[in-house]
Design a protein around this ligand. Structure first.
Ligand code: TYM
Length: 332
């Protein structure tokens, strides 16, 4: 955070289970490369995870695992902030304020709310509904210029922009209106078992989702079982969702274009292609897994990293929070 002139990139991830290949390709990988060009602010969105019921001991483990995994991917706390959302009280506080500037109709249109309430019909809590206001607070507190996320978060980001513009319209320039940063490759990694749905930690079919910490043999097995089609020709085309997804994943980890992949696999069957994709993913994840094993064994180091970032995040975010409260009319 030493160069104040750089633009600010900010993003969070829910530590609600182990990190997936979708999270990595859609978001974290870009976070790592953006650290040179931007002042980066990253965090674990643990407050967001309790919109779905969590088991306390498992939640604590998931948070530390996610923290270590993301450091292992290459987030460097000497260059970037990487804190834990619940340790920085301004997030929950601004979220409340923004709730009062967010319309019921807007929240009702969020597809993630509709999906999650269908999935957890026994627990459609108010937090699940107002989740986007908390996400808006996460972003707006830090005057972020740019938010690197996968394509599934675009709707939430649009709402954040609407909330910021509405607030600024009432009170003057309080919040920076952020832009989304969606990667060219890997923005929408789909389930290996149902390639019409995004790859997700909560995939009912365990073979649909590759986790960052899966052992190599498990990753290979998941790719070998990936759903494809009956054409047996590696080409990118409408209606070939399974193969398209594998080509996207392969392209994202090797840097090859669809045309190059089609050429390389001309005359070869899906079996060969699936093995190639699996191996490329295993090799991409191998150093991350090794680094994770080292980091997770050193809880004191992890704590040192997040405490340092927590404190700085608290200071930066308080500035915006105080400004917003003053504009609204609170006595400070
Ligand atoms: P979350 O935790 O579901 O996902 C974290 C990041 O990973 C991306 N992602 C994917 N990208 C490509 N393909 C996939 N299958 C895939 N699955 C997940 C997501 O787009 C995201 O970038 N609401 C957010 C967390 C959040 C946040 C924020 C993000 C809270 N506050 C402020 C940005 C800014 C979420 O649930 O992401």
């Amino acid at each position: 955070m030493e160069n104040e002139k750089k633009k600010i990139a900010l993003s969070l991830i829910q530590p609600s289970g182990t990190i997936t290949l979708g999270n990595y390709l859609g978001a974290i990988r870009n976070w790592v490369t953006m650290q040179e060009e931007f002042n980066c602010i990253f965090a674990l969105a643990d407050l967001h995870t309790i919109t779905v019921r969590q088991e306390p001991a498992k939640m604590r483990k998931n948070i530390l695992d996610a923290y270590a995994s993301i450091l292992a991917c290459g987030i460097d706390v000497e260059k970037s902030l990487f804190f834990i959302q619940s340790h920085v009280s301004s997030h929950a506080e601004l979220a409340w304020l923004l709730n009062c500037y967010t319309q019921f109709g807007e929240l009702s249109r969020m597809t993630q709310f509709k999906d999650k309430s269908a999935k957890h019909a026994d627990n459609i809590n108010a937090g699940l509904f107002t989740y986007p206001s908390l996400m808006a607070a996460d972003i707006l507190l830090y005057q972020a210029d740019c938010v690197p996320v996968g394509a599934d978060q675009l709707q939430h980001l649009e709402l954040t922009r609407d909330i910021a513009n509405r607030f600024n319209g009432l009170y003057g320039n309080v919040f920076k209106v952020p832009e989304a940063y969606i990667p060219k490759n890997g923005a929408r990694v789909m389930s290996l078992q149902d390639p019409t749905r995004k790859m997700s930690k909560s995939d009912e079919n365990a073979n649909g989702c590759v986790h960052l910490l899966d052992p190599p043999e498990v990753i290979m097995k998941k790719f070998k079982r990936a759903i494809t089609d009956s054409e047996a020709c590696v080409r990118y085309a409408e209606g070939k969702d399974g193969i398209n997804n594998l080509m996207d994943i392969y392209g994202a980890v090797t840097g090859l274009t669809h045309e190059q992949i089609e050429k390389d696999f001309e005359g070869k069957g899906y079996g060969d292609f699936k093995v190639a994709v699996g191996e490329a993913v295993v090799e991409t994840l191998r150093p991350i897994k090794a680094e994770y094993e080292k980091l997770i064994a050193d809880k004191a180091y992890l704590e040192e990293c997040y405490r340092k970032s927590d404190d700085i995040a608290q200071k930066i975010s308080q500035r915006t929070l105080t400004k917003a409260k003053k504009k609204i009319g609170f006595v400070l």
